[in-house]
Every structure is written in C-alpha cells, then in structure tokens.
Design a protein around this ligand. Sequence first.
Ligand code: FMN
Length: 289
Amino acid sequence: MRKIAIFYFSGTGNTEFIAKLIRNNMINLSINLSIDLYRVEDILNNDIEVDIYNYDIIGIGAPSYGFNPPKIIIDFCKNLIKVNHVKVFLFLTCAAPCYLNNVAFFGIKRILKRKGYEVIYEKVICMPANILLKYDDSIIKRLYDSAVERVKIMTKDILGNTVKVRNDHFIPYLFRWLLILLVRLAIKTVPLDFIVGKACNECMKCIRICPRKNIYFKRKIKHGLKCEACYRCVYGCPQRAIKGRLYNIAIHKEGYDIEGIFEKCKDIDTKKPLKGIYKTFESYFNSLS
Ligand SMILES: Cc1cc2nc3c(=O)[nH]c(=O)nc-3n(C[C@H](O)[C@H](O)[C@H](O)COP(=O)(O)O)c2cc1C
C-alpha cells in the first residue's frame, strides 16, 4: 500500500479545494493507496508530530501572496525533520495567470533541499481571486474546468513517477524583482489595515478560525502582528464586521465561498471570447502544462 500525505495552508478555501481534488483523483486512479490530508495550521498550533517516514510521497500546497508563499508554509517547511531523500510535490494556487507566481516556489524548494527532500513535481493552479477582482462567471467556470484537468494530469504524473520541476533561473525574473518586492511590501501592510467595525457582536469566531491564533479580545477584537493577510477572518465573520481602512475595496462584499462560487457557475457557457484583462488568461486556458 502506497501512502501519501498532503499538507496545505488555505486562507479562504481555494488551496483546500485543490488539495481535496488531488486526493480524490489519486484515490480514483489507484486502489492501493492511502492519503492523509493535514492542515498546516493544525500541525503548527497543536504541536502535532507527523512521521514523514510513514509516507512514500508528501505534497505541500499554498496560495501565492505577492508571489510569495505564506509565512506559515515557510515555518512548516523549516519545522520539518531532516530526512534522507523523501519525495515531495508542490502546488500553489493563485489568481492571476502570471508566471511570476513561480517565484513563490523558490524559497520552499531551497528549504526542502537543505532538509533532504527531493521536489519531484510543482504546479501552479489559477483559481478565482479571493481579493480585488471578482471574475466574470464564464472565467470562473473555465478556471474550474482547467483546474480539474490540471489536477488530473498532475495526479497521473505523480503516481506514474513523472518528474516536472522548473529550473530556478533568476535571470528571467531579474527585471521584475522590483515589482515583486513592491507587491510583497504592500502585503505586509494588509494586517495593519484591518479594523473591526460596530457590527461586531463579539461572537469570537474570528479568534477561533485565525490560522495564526493572531486575533484576541481585549475590550474589543484586535489583530496581532502575526497576521498572514489570508482574509479568513474577513470572510468568516458572520457580521462582516472586519474591514480594511485603505484596502476595503479589495474585499468581495458578498463574501468568498469557493464551493458556492463554482456551484453558481457550473452551467455557464464558456465559449465567450476572452476580452479585456481576461485576454491574459488565453495561454493559461490553452495549455495545461
Ligand atoms: C494578501 C493576498 C495576496 C495575494 N497575492 C497574489 C499574487 O501575488 N498573485 C496571484 O496570482 N494571486 C494572489 N492572491 C490571490 C490568491 O493567491 C488566490 O486567490 C489563492 O487561490 C487563495 O487561496 P486560498 O483560498 O487557499 O487562501 C493574493 C491573495 C491575497 C489574500
């Protein structure tokens, strides 16, 4: 029996959706397989020890935050035990079909290599944007179809021992480092921007769901300094009381629930030609590699 562990962080559900899709696809492909899914926050917050040697392959998944992995994923990778050659596949979800998102793998791969892990596969999967833009329904449906196809190929490759890893050449990214640095800096300011409005009824849900245990109650709900800027508290608040001062415009007013978003778009016609900013999706939709 082959055993696989998938570790993931997901602020608002996109990466979790993909982690579950990978698990379901793998189970459909092979009966002689057992797969364990772990949320990275559960491991870090509860000091859970997972015996990596129990597994033949491990997967690690995360969203892209400013072309960077979330800090919690870096901490998780740094906390992993040193091993003698364990295979790893990586997956990253993002909102823009932009190859700069591949930069997010660089740091993770370096840490894993130092610890004796061999990255055998990496995949970027574009999902609906959880902040800023609300994509057109036909784009959401195409993102769904393409995620399903990509995961199918990915799981077949991984179980068939196909290796697909990018060479980390910095040169193509060289002239974009300034852009990458600016975006990363902007993201660091997101936590400072959160305010808890009068609608808050102190139900404490945000405290319970924060993956970093960074929200506390001291006369009112407050955010500490360990925020991942994942927006789980914003979309998880039943009163929609958590807002941004400057960045409020980035928050989807109707909330963010990926299962519901995909469900709503499942019968949408995808034949509409791509126009305007959606033209940037053209090569992403046309190639599944
Ligand atoms: C603070 C923040 C920064 C983000 N930065 C990027 C980015 O640099 N590139 C990108 O394509 N998407 C970016 N996104 C979008 C998310 O990566 C994308 O929606 C992801 O699938 C969310 O995954 P999750 O629901 O598992 O948290 C960002 C989202 C947030 C909240």
